[in-house]
Design a protein around this ligand. Sequence first.
Ligand SMILES: Cc1cc2nc3c(=O)[nH]c(=O)nc-3n(C[C@H](O)[C@H](O)[C@H](O)COP(=O)(O)O)c2cc1C
Length: 301
Amino acid sequence: MSLEVTVASLRLKHPVMNASGVLGNTPGGVVKLAKLGFSAIVTKTITPEPREGFKPPTIVRLPTGGLINAVGLANPGKRTIKELVSVAKKLNVPIIVSIAGRSEKEFAEVACEAQRVGADAVELNLSCPHTEGYGLELGADPLKVRSVVESVASVTSVPVLAKLGLSDRVVEAASKALEAGAEALVLINTVKGIYIDVYALRPVLTAVYGGLSGPPIHPIAVRVVYDVYREYQAEIIGVGGILDWKTAAEFIVAGAKAVQVGTALVSNDRIVEDVLEGLRKWLQYFGAGSITELVGAAHKA
Ligand SMILES: Cc1cc2nc3c(=O)[nH]c(=O)nc-3n(C[C@H](O)[C@H](O)[C@H](O)COP(=O)(O)O)c2cc1C
């Protein structure tokens, strides 16, 4: 019985990676992610120049479940990619560098640096919901998605993953990303929301809008994976609200070959072990030899 998967040409010992933004922005964070057992490490989104991000509070736990964040793409800039990649290489874990920019040129610039220093793949963040000029407007416009993916795919030879967020045209955006050369789609980013302090009479986050993550967005993310897989049978990495093996398995059945975990990492250091143990028992239940037999099973039933 095997949990091995190949996604975007990366051979992984199992399908569970971390989601960009939680831990992967320092060498110590990369070490911690490797220790937690992820099969590949995804860095925090990196832009050409360092960004400070928004003033606190930037990450808030919601009474309705999950988190809302507006970190503002705070990151140390492209010159730190080399160190993050070299730490992952020493630990023998594939590393995917998440990148963003304000233009095609900036995306291509960071992707070239990632390739130069030995990254295994790049993940294009086309969907940050709270940072002007970097965000959702980009991923919600299928033609812009195509032009950013094309510009990166034409200057790099590493696999390109396109990460999209929730929008009315997400299925169309997915098709343009694939046409333009994305080997896999990462679905979905956080969902734009507002959390209000009813005594202060204003939004809690300094940025007003934030990205909702965790269990509240899980059924939305599964729906997007399901719809995109149904149309294109594409290689998909499902992300949003995974908290145990079952929430991960739902993504697989909807059509994802692999999954990413973000918010659950904040409170559960055993999340990878828990998910893998549950997935193994689940495969046994079906007498399946490989997890790939269950990818997209909901479309065959
Ligand atoms: C604190 C925080 C920071 C994040 N930063 C990024 C980021 O830099 N780039 C990105 O593509 N997604 C970022 N995300 C989104 C996650 O990668 C993921 O798509 C989303 O949180 C849904 O997954 P989850 O419910 O497992 O957290 C961030 C999420 C959180 C909670």
